[in-house]
Design a protein around this ligand. Structure first.
Ligand code: IPE
Ligand code: IPE
Ligand code: MG
Length: 242
C-alpha cells in the first residue's frame, strides 16, 4: 500500500471534546496529549518517515492566559516524558515556528530534546509550536532581503528551492497527506507554501477521539487517490509503466 512519506496533522477539537463532557478545556488538551503519543507510535510502526503536528499556532497566543499557560506546561511535561521513548524508537525531534516566543524553560527542554535525538533516523517528528505559515514566510523573506542587501544574493537566484530552504521546514519534503480533525475544513495558517500539492483529509473526530483506526482510514483513502500534479491521468499511467 502507498504510504505518505510525510504526514501532517492539524490536531483540532480538544476544547469541544472537553466542553461536551462539561470538563475544563485543559482536560481536552491533556487527553489530546495521549492521542499524540498513540499516533506517533502508530506512525512510527507503519513506517511514516516524517510526521508533522500542529500543536500551537501564532494565533493561539491570543487565547486566555490560563489556557496558554496550561498548554505550555503540558508541552514541557510531554517533552520530558517522551524523550526516552524518542531515543529508544529512533525518533528525531524537530520544531518549526517562532520558538523564541515560548517560555524559556520550554525552550530549554526543546533544545535538549532536539539535540539529543539529532542522530535518530527512523522517523522525524516535527512539532509546529508558535507556528504560523505567514509568519514563517515573512521571516524567510526578510532573511533573503538581508542577503540581497548585503550583496550575498542576486534576486534572480531566488527560485522555489531557495525559498523552500529558507523556511523553518528546510530539509523536510512537502507533506503528502494533511489530516485535520474535528470536522473543520480550513487550513488555519498551516504550511501554506508546503501543501501546494498535498492531499487533504478531514475527519469528524475530535482530536482526543482520533484513534489508530481513524488514522488507518485516512491512510487507506490516501492510497486510493491519484495525485496528478497538473498532468493528465493517462500521462501518469504511462509513467507507471516505466
Ligand atoms: C486544538 O484543539 C489544540 C490547540 C489549538 C492548541 P482546540 O483547543 O482548538 O479545540 P477546539 O477547536 O476549541 O475544540
Ligand atoms: C489550529 O487550530 C491550530 C492548531 C491545531 C494548533 P485552531 O483551533 O487554532 O484553528 P481555528 O481557530 O479553528 O481556525
Ligand atoms: Mg480549534
Amino acid at each position: 500500500m502507498r504510504l505518505p512519506q510525510h504526514l501532517a496533522i492539524i490536531m483540532d477539537g480538544n476544547g469541544r471534546w472537553a466542553e461536551q463532557r462539561r470538563l475544563p478545556r485543559i482536560a481536552g488538551h491533556r487527553k489530546g496529549v495521549e492521542t499524540v503519543q498513540q499516533i506517533v507510535r502508530s506512525c512510527r510502526e507503519k513506517g511514516v518517515r516524517y510526521l508533522t503536528l500542529y500543536a500551537f499556532s501564532s494565533e493561539n497566543w491570543g487565547r486566555p492566559d490560563e489556557e496558554v499557560g496550561a498548554l505550555m506546561s503540558l508541552l514541557g511535561v510531554y517533552l520530558r516524558r517522551e524523550l526516552k521513548t524518542m531515543l529508544r524508537e529512533g525518533i528525531q525531534l524537530r520544531v518549526i515556528g517562532e520558538i523564541s516566543r515560548l517560555p524559556v524553560e520550554v525552550q530549554g527542554v526543546l533544545a535538549d530534546a532536539v539535540a539529543r535525538t539529532a542522530d535518530r533516523s527512523a522517523m522525524t517528528l516535527t512539532l509546529a509550536l508558535s507556528y504560523g505559515s505567514r509568519d514563517e514566510l515573512l521571516r524567510a523573506m526578510r532573511q533573503l532581503g538581508n542577503e540581497v542587501a548585503a550583496g550575498r544574493l542576486d534576486p534572480a537566484q531566488i527560485d522555489e528551492a531557495v525559498l523552500t530552504e529558507s523556511l523553518d521546514t528546510a530539509g523536510l519534503p512537502d507533506p503528502d497527506l494533511l489530516i485535520r480533525t474535528s470536522g473543520e475544513m480550513r487550513i488555519s495558517n498551516f504550511l501554506l507554501w508546503q501543501i501546494a500539492y498535498t492531499e487533504l483529509y478531514f475527519s469528524d473526530a475530535f482530536w482526543p477521539d482520533f484513534t489508530e483506526e481513524e488514522l488507518q482510514r485516512a491512510l487507506d483513502e490516501y492510497a486510493r487517490r491519484q495525485r496528478r500534479f497538473g498532468l493528465t491521468g493517462s500521462q501518469l499511467r504511462r509513467e507507471d509503466h516505466h
